[in-house]
Ligand binder design. Sequence first.
Ligand code: 5GP
Length: 186
Amino acid sequence: MIDEESDLRLGRILLTREKIAGRVREIADEITRTYSGQEIVVVGILKGAVIFMTDLVRCVGNEVDVRMDFMSVSSYGSSSESSGVVKIVKDMDTYVEGKNVLIVEDIMDTGLTLSYLRDVIGARSPKSVRICVLLEKPERKKVENEIAYRGFIIPDEFVVGYGLDYAGRWRNLSDIWCVEEGRRGP
Ligand code: 5GP
């Protein structure tokens, strides 16, 4: 967990933009094969998943009828660790009964946020609900979620870039970086 009083610096690059782009194309190919000839509602979880989602949907083949929607959730507690109590800040606009839903999230840490979202969306009688995460930290997992599409498994380090932030910063970085802590001076 990151202490919010700390002064954070970018440390080292964990995943380069080239590596991310290659994996995004592979996942999009799998999605194309799975949903060929069907409609999917791709639900991006704001704000962290936006960059991943927009890259991903552009690589999905035209044989899939892709719709885009967004949800925003907030976790009670500190900004860097999920408490498991999740509030929907913005719900999606789409009526998903009878539809294929693909939840796109930036990172699965404890898994509590995705578990909650799957339950909420699953209760709306969709045809299917699958989860796509760019990053997964298995060491921190508290609940099991079935992940249909996974970008990378990463160690238990706090990462930023490619949509992921720390206190609103660094979402725009093209690579994914580890951050380093250094005590804030007087
Ligand atoms: P979970 O409910 O799986 O514990 O929490 C997932 C959320 O925690 C992510 O959507 C993200 O907002 C935040 N999170 C967890 N680990 C990291 C990390 O390494 N970097 C950033 N930027 N956010 C993280």
